[in-house]
Ligand binder design. Sequence first.
Ligand code: ZN
Length: 198
Amino acid sequence: MDYFSSQISRLIEELSRLPGVGAKSAQRLAFHIIGMPKEQVESLSNAIRDAKENVHYCKCCCTLTDDDICPICKSEKRNHKQIMVVENTRDLAAYEKTQKYEGVYHVLHGAISPMLGIGPADIRLKELMVRLEGDVEEVIIATNSSLEGETTAMYISKLIKPTGIKVSRIASGVPVGGDLEYIDEVTLLRALEGRVEL
Ligand code: ZN
């Protein structure tokens, strides 16, 4: 039985599709939104629509950005010969927060997972290989230490090895299965500094 209006049910249903939002939270959020002033609801829905319309992949490193080329790729202060490969923009943000990494990034938007049917062609690997045709000295693989992250790291290192470019993997101070974005900055830095050549 539908206790709510169909509009509220629809809102609850849409919200419950978001990650980490269960049926109860979706219901609570929906009622909260209904109770919000109209301008605030408009501002929220505009923010969602604008972000979706204007945010896209950086033409160089594939991170999410408003511009064609992201501020990191544009910066002359960064070392463009050192590329850190991460799974997503959240991981990039985690490393940026440490303010110690001076190289640039490459964002894969995923990891290889034979179990989920995600292959090398499903992540932004081709774009990375194109970048490596330029002047690059080191690729630091900073994918997560999950099975998928390790599989991806191994795959990438095998791909890069023949080019002669140095490939390293961040140290395993990072807990197994831990998402990079939740790990504190000290651990991230230690993992970066203790990276080993593959
Ligand atoms: Zn970029």
